[in-house]
Design a binder for this molecule. Sequence first.
Ligand SMILES: [Mg+2]
Length: 325
Amino acid sequence: MHLTVPLLINPKAGSLFRSGLKAWLDEHRNDFTLVPTSSAEDLTAKARQLAEAGEPVVAAAGGDGTLMNAAQGLVGTNAALGILPCGTMNVFARELGIGSRRFDVALEAIQSGPRHSIDIFCVNDQPFLQMAGFGPDARVVKLITPKLKKHMGAAAHIYTGLKVAVERHPIITVTLPNGEEIQGTQVIMGNGKRYGGEAHLFANARYDDGLLDAAIIQQESIPILYEILSCMLQRGATHSNTSEFTQLRTFESCEISAEGKLDYQLDGDYAGTIHPGETATIRRLPDKLRVCVPRSFVPGTPLEKFMAHPMVEAWRTLIRRAREF
Ligand SMILES: [Mg+2]
């Protein structure tokens, strides 16, 4: 049976054109009913209305942030989220095997793929799909200006990363349900394996096991970056491949506090600051989110994957700019 699926879309988003989705949709008019949205709140409200009206699939076009807004409206309902990944990184769509900007794979998943129920975790009641970062990585996304991003693309992360690396970072305390306290300067939590683009940070994470995977890094400045990169170069951290400076844990909930002001990011966007004396609570929502996933994995070649990786693209941009200078 052919499904005509409501598609939540911001008709003014530049990513529609950059990603090629606009042109692709022109050729797939019969597959979708476009539902224009005007803001994040509007998108969440419309997703909820469509689910309550009995739609089996509600699709959304966008990056991880937009998908999170749709997920907030759909979590706990019977409607499955269909994903047309047209953002910059599309980490969540990659995690599900749809990949980045592969709209034909996305359509196949919506029309005939299985539905998976996945965990949603939140920080102080603010949910995230893929990852949460506390410390320098959140500083980086907070300090990146739109102008810098426009000028340098993904290389803006490296430039800002080097600036943040030389700052002094507050000591973070993670308290687990069993009372164990672990301290570090950078804490990353993952619902899935990926941290940015195709880079795996957690080798064994699963988005449906009810647990959050976390890396607590006990280093200062540049070595923090080294710890993260070495995890990614090994296709994800395990207890046997990490250094003594990276602690790995899995848990259903935890609390986070810090001795100084601590910024955090959710799915790659700056989300808030925890002040000294405050505690952030990380917990799993009681309801799961249903998502449309491909029937089977559709890989690109390893070289294509490597060259398309945002970090590799970023380095190439940096090298090119350095040569032009
Ligand atoms: Mg998990």
